[in-house]
Design a protein around this ligand. Sequence first.
Ligand code: PEP
Ligand code: MN
Length: 355
Amino acid sequence: MELDLQPLNLMGAENKRPFVIAGPCSAETQEQVMKTARLLASKGCRIFRAGIWKPRTKPGGFEGMGEQGLPWMKQVKEETGMMIATEVATPKHVEAALNAGLDVLWVGARTTANPFAMQELADSLRGVDVPVLVKNPVNPDIELWIGALERINGAGIKRLGAIHRGFSSIDQKLYRNAPMWHIPIELHRRYPNLPIICDPSHIGGRRDLIAPLCQQAMDMGFEGLIVESHCCPDSAWSDAKQQVQPEVLDFILDRLVIRDSQEETESLTALRRQIDELDDTLMNLLTKRMRISREIAAYKKQHNMTVVQTGRYSEILDKRGAQGSLCGMDPDFVKKVYEAIHEESVRQQMEIINK
Ligand code: PEP
Ligand code: MN
């Protein structure tokens, strides 16, 4: 389904920085909210974020201040002139947020993963003109993400954006939520006009990863950033490890290299041509490999042999995995490539055998 979009209009056009939404994970106290907001405003930040309702993995944690925190957000808007943004997960949140004058709403990763909740949210937004940003679902399912965007868009919200906040996985390594960049890249390929904003705080889960992730997002052409910033990160009531002080955020943003994505240099064109040629060679080699595979199938049929010979298959996977390592590739990647090739090869051999 096509998305019917209008520009988000959240950008500071005169600013060479990307547009940035910054603020604490959660609104904790009036003092913490105002102190953080004043510091951020003094650094030129235009959109302030704070979680009012916090979805927590387990009960018993800090679940946000709820409606009690809304007047503090209002005060931020009145006193600093910044726009204010928060997460909504239910129609009640939407109603309360809109009544308090919230300028931007976002949908959290746990909500995006639930189509019933998304539809209820969408219904509650019908007839309202407010920018809505939809975070990716916690699981790496692009269709679920698109479905959530479609539901909100279907309710008439045209100022729509996506937030990439990474995906949870059992084997977490460096990141709190694996970036799996190919997913937002695919989203961009399908919907080139949909702005995508990167959330380095929830991807990284660690302060020292904010700067490199912001730079990576800019290099990939993301439109903006949403970064958690707290006046006293160490004493934050949620996500303490990933929040940075406003001065630190300013330092990070100041050093970002923003490249001009429109400019395609001659050397880039030449490199892309080389890639195209190599892809042609790869396709030709694969075609040749499949043809030989079919010849093997004819031989197997003649000699009454089974199609899959597991010994041979494991030998290929092991040999090529080790070779991949020596060539600087991840052995798991090489294994996946060979599994896919083998699957297609078996499919083609079955056609011959059953002819
Ligand atoms: C947040 O932005 O504070 C938040 C709860 O994020 P997510 O939905 O990405 O976990
Ligand atoms: Mn958070």
